[in-house]
Write a protein that binds this ligand. Structure first.
Ligand code: X8Z
Ligand code: ZN
Length: 604
């Protein structure tokens, strides 16, 4: 339907030295059909997205005052475009249009994780703050008061991973948290501005906007996350109980009381989010199978590129394409020595299907190898959906995007790792199974409450239930409630501990990871069935299985072009996210843990 309205406009003609001005009637910009509007929008997203990515990439890989200006400007432009596009799209409200156009316009509204108010000054301020905070995080260093050398997150994380000295751990843990108080005021202002932007789009606050991205009402989505958490909670409770006992053995009753929360700095990770560095302490059957992949990577001199090629090989074995050449020339795989960067791993679609990149500070550790698989999961998603309209170039929902590479890592069974030469003496004994499951659970199960609580905190911050003067107290209340951990020293509102976790200054919604940690087992169960795997779920490796690869690829090809429930159903036969697969996967360990914990009083 083409409509050309007419408006009056003054036209001046210069002709033979005589100039004359006369009012004329000229056609208004033509109102496009909704489908044509969406087509134009897709083109604009493509063109503008490429330019924005260029600025953000340079910012993240070269932090200084110049890139602060350039990236903030790019962000401002993008925010302006987004606000304008949503406004223009609103003329189609209530009009009949194709399902595809309706979905595209809905996604457009949800397309920014921090929309700006429609006010140039406020928009510029939001862009400036959103650019500055991850920069502060990326450059963050702990400089001890005794004049010792400053340490970055990588160095401090290595201490958390390796040391068993309570005070050394405490120093690294509190040290990293000195980087975030300077962000506190910025964050409060960020919340106010982005909430205002969300309200202008018709949402109650930014949290409601985030919860609206799941093809169900925001309230139903919050209920879904609680339902899933209740499904997996018994696994976490058993693991927490067993870990607390071992830490009590190691550090004593005064430091790790058996009836209280675990001090947050003893779990092998800066945020106590994944605990596999505690494996040597937790190994159920001593010396049964050697699962030290990190040792093997270092001993064999694995470089960042070789690790990345190892991960690529898995995806190729499933029948997916090799990574395009620009991936290798444009990615940042190691930490540059001469400039500040954001080391937190990320995957970028700058101009898919050619220009896709990852940005990481890879070291030869199992943790980084697993993260490379995770990032390549994003990259293969970008490649798979490169042909759908730009606005649908997203995961079915964001948890799908986070879950692809992780699904692949579930195939890194001891026998698969043995085939790579990264572990040896692999046994299939029951004891070896329990040992390996313990190692996997220390990451995959330990993570679940953490994955849930980060946005629980932000949802409350965005709604005003947690006010700026309670940011830190609200954070630790949730950390204790969900994870059963506590800060090792008193914290106050002079601290800003949420800011010491990348996704808060980076404003990356986090429920996606909680969902991914559950979905990946659901995906794995479906893919193993397609692959004709027989035997327990935890023994399934999909390496080389083209049928599974094809199923995964066609799921990814859909992008966000249909509700995620349809996409999930295509792969798994179910329209619901379901934690029964993770429960099934860990059944052997769960039985062992229940036995191990018998007679203990668990919980905090
Ligand atoms: O941030 C990430 C990825 C990039 S999307 C490295 N992850 C979460 C985190 O590090 O906190 C992956 C697991 C959880
Ligand atoms: Zn990710």
């Amino acid at each position: 339907m083409l409509q050309a309205a007419r408006t009056s406009l003054l036209v001046c003609l210069a002709f033979f030295g005589v100039s004359a001005c006369a009012p004329v009637t000229a056609p208004d910009p033509i109102k496009l059909s909704a489908d044509d509007f969406v087509a134009k929008l897709n083109d604009e997203i493509d063109a503008r997205g490429r330019a924005a990515s260029a600025a953000y990439w340079v910012r993240a890989t070269y932090i200084n005052e110049d890139t602060q200006i350039l990236a903030a400007e790019a962000s401002e432009k993008w925010l302006e475009f987004h606000t304008r596009a949503v406004k223009e799209a609103s003329v189609y409200d209530g009009e009949p249009m194709s399902d595809e156009a309706a979905r595209a316009l809905k996604l457009l509204k949800l397309g920014s994780s921090a929309p700006a108010p429609d006010d140039a000054t406020k928009r510029a301020r939001l862009a400036e703050i959103s650019t500055r905070m991850p920069g502060i995080y990326g450059q963050g260093k702990y400089c001890p008061e005794d004049g010792g050398p400053c340490q970055d997150l990588e160095a401090l994380s290595a201490v958390l991973a390796k040391s068993r000295d309570y005070d050394v751990l405490l120093d690294a843990w509190t040290g990293w948290r000195t980087i975030s108080p300077p962000m506190r005021d910025d964050y409060a202002e960020f919340v106010a501005l982005s909430n205002e932007g969300a309200r202008e789009l018709g949402f109650e606050n930014l949290g409601e906007l985030w919860r609206s991205g799941y093809d169900m009402s925001p309230a139903a989505f919050a209920d879904e996350t609680h339902r899933l958490w209740n499904q997996v909670r018994p696994l976490y409770d058993e693991l927490h109980c067993a870990v607390r006992v071992r830490l009590n053995d190691e550090y004593g009753d005064a430091r790790v009381p058996l009836d209280g929360p675990i001090p947050a700095h003893l779990l092998g990770n800066m945020w106590a989010q994944e605990w596999s560095h505690l494996y040597p302490l937790m190994e159920p059957f001593e010396g049964v199978s050697d699962l030290d992949v990190t040792g093997a990577l270092a001993a064999q001199g694995y470089t960042a590129e070789r690790m990345t090629r190892t991960a690529e090989d898995f995806f190729v074995s499933l029948g997916m394409p090799a990574l395009p050449d620009p991936f290798w020339s444009n990615s940042m795989l190691t930490k540059p020595r001469d400039r500040e960067v954001v080391c937190h791993a990320s995957a970028w679609s700058v101009d898919a299907p050619e220009d896709v990149r990852i940005k990481m500070c890879i070291t030869p550790t199992q943790e980084d190898l697993v993260t490379i698989y995770h990032e390549l999961g994003h990259i293969y998603y970008y490649l798979a959906y490169a042909d759908v309209p730009s606005i649908f170039q997203e995961g079915a929902h964001d948890g799908f995007h986070e879950g692809i590479g992780d699904t692949v890592t579930l195939s890194m069974t001891p026998s698969f790792l043995e085939s790579l030469g990264l572990v040896s003496d692999v046994s299939t004994s029951e004891e070896a199974v329990i040992n390996n499951q313990m190692k996997v659970a220390l990451d995959k199960i330990a993570f679940l409450p953490f994955g849930k609580l980060i946005d629980e905190w932000r949802w409350k911050v965005f709604s005003g239930e947690i006010a700026p003067e309670d940011y830190n107290a609200g954070w630790w209340a949730l950390r204790t409630e969900y994870q059963g951990i506590a800060p090792p020293v008193a914290r106050s509102e002079a601290d800003f501990d949420p800011g010491a976790k990348y996704h808060v200054p980076g404003n990356t919604p986090y429920t996606r990871y909680f969902l991914a940690f559950i979905l990946q087992f659901q995906f794995q169960r479906a893919l193993c069935e397609i692959a004709g795997h027989e035997g327990p779920l935890h023994t399934c490796s999909l390496y080389g299985n083209k049928a599974a690869g094809e199923a995964l690829w066609s799921m990814m090809q859909k992008g966000a072009s249909q509700p995620w429930q349809d996409t999930l159903e295509d792969l798994t036969g179910s329209r619901e996210m379901d934690a029964s697969a993770i429960v099934e996967y860990f059944a052997p360990l769960m039985a062992w843990l229940e036995e191990d914990n018998r007679g203990r009083s668990c919980g905090v």
